[in-house]
Design a binder for this molecule. Structure first.
Ligand SMILES: NC(=O)c1ccc[n+]([C@@H]2O[C@H](COP(=O)([O-])OP(=O)(O)OC[C@H]3O[C@@H](n4cnc5c(N)ncnc54)[C@H](O)[C@@H]3O)[C@@H](O)[C@H]2O)c1
Ligand SMILES: *[C@@H]1O[C@H](CO)[C@@H](O)[C@H](O)[C@H]1NC(C)=O
Ligand SMILES: CC(=O)N[C@H]1CO[C@H](CO)[C@@H](O)[C@@H]1O
Length: 304
């Protein structure tokens, strides 16, 4: 069966100089794809590009590697990338909007700037990418895909960093709306050949967790916390779920298996349907009941 990941196809990936984005860029390159790499870290971007250019790939044509150092929150920078890229390629086969960050603040509730900054990158960075490049994805003649990188924190919403969690809820909502519109005849973007995927990494050892830059697996493995996955594991899992036609790609990690994630998400949805307190999993009056229910539900799902 034809795949998005094929020789001569073009992948545009944001946040591709490190972590999950870099792992996907490596996978695309091994399949012989052209790459357009977007990142705001010039040193990492240069290293990533060199590593990708020297890696071997399938296919006869030598694939191109284009790099764009820019901030995804800057819409005018996107339009410059569009001018350059559209002069070299007429279509994009994989659009992966993945750049994301997290900032700390002592009191989020008096710090509107922290919300603005987090949204400008994690949410509007993706909106800018869609607004600029979705038309080029729709023109792809083979199977094509859009991947948006979300987070479990946008689904189960653990307390602590409200802006990050809120951006990832927004990313989930937008990804769902986009998937609906692309498959729906009456929508202005109807393009059933384009698949959409919400990629939700679990705990992954990347720049966000102290492993910045394009790091080879062997090096990352030596420093990786036991519970975390490597970015390449997220990529392998994601590629498999894409081949299965899955929209929601909820990655486990070494500590949290699929059954436990499913049980936690089901409990979270139950806050609404059962009239519990907000974020009841972390409510002192409810958390023991929650833990017990989640434990049993996860065991049931594992067939224990
Ligand atoms: N690591 C995890 O445990 C985890 C879990 C869930 C979701 N995620 C998500 O995965 C995605 C990738 O993150 P990662 O874990 O690979 O981290 P990472 O820090 O290794 O990679 C993110 C890349 O994005 C780039 N970037 C950050 N801000 C940018 C901006 N404004 N403009 C352009 N590039 C920018 C960084 O320079 C970096 O190269 C993010 O959206 C993150 O929220 C990560
Ligand atoms: C890239 O952008 C992030 C915000 O998304 C910022 O924290 C970081 O400092 C920027 N990196 C560089 C090298 O400018
Ligand atoms: C990456 C990030 O900042 N996510 C946060 C979402 O909220 C949880 C709960 O506090 C934090 O632990 C995460 O750090």
């Amino acid at each position: 069966m034809a795949s998005v990941f094929r020789p001569g196809a073009l992948a545009l990936i944001t946040g591709s100089a490190s972590g999950v984005g870099f792992a996907f860029a490596q996978h695309c390159r091994r399949q012989g794809m052209h790459l357009a790499l977007i990142d705001n870290n010039s040193a990492s971007l240069q290293k990533a590009s060199q590593a990708l250019q020297s890696s071997t790939s399938s296919g006869t044509e030598k694939p191109q590697t284009l790099t764009y150092e820019m901030d995804v929150s800057d819409l005018s920078a996107w339009s410059k990338v569009h001018s350059d890229l559209s002069s070299k390629f007429s279509t994009i086969d994989l659009l992966m909007l993945n750049a994301g960050m997290s900032i700390k603040t002592s009191n989020p509730w008096t710090d509107a700037e922290y919300f603005h900054k987090t949204f400008s990158v994690n949410f509007f960075g993706m909106v800018h990418g869609l607004a600029t490049f979705l038309p080029m994805v729709q023109k792809s003649t083979g199977p094509s895909a859009v991947i948006l990188t979300g987070s479990k924190q946008g689904i189960t919403n653990p307390p602590g960093n409200p802006a990050y969690n809120a951006t990832k809820s927004a990313v989930k909502t937008v990804a769902e709306q986009l998937a609906y519109d692309l498959r729906t005849k009456s929508s202005p973007v109807y393009s059933p050949q384009v698949s959409v995927h919400l990629l939700v990494p679990g705990w992954t050892f990347t720049g966000l967790s102290g492993n910045q830059g394009p790091v080879p697996d062997e090096e990352a493995l030596s420093k990786k916390p036991r519970g975390a996955w490597l970015a390449s594991q997220v990529c392998d899992y994601g590629v498999k779920k894409m081949a299965d036609g899955q929209f929601y790609i909820i990655c486990p990690d070494t500590d949290v298996d699929e059954a436990l994630d499913q049980a936690r998400m089901t409990w979270g949805a139950g806050d609404v349907t059962e009239g519990r307190s907000a974020l009841s999993r972390w409510d002192d009056n409810v958390k023991d009941e929650a833990a017990e229910w989640i434990g049993k539900e996860a065991a049931r799902r594992r067939g224990e």
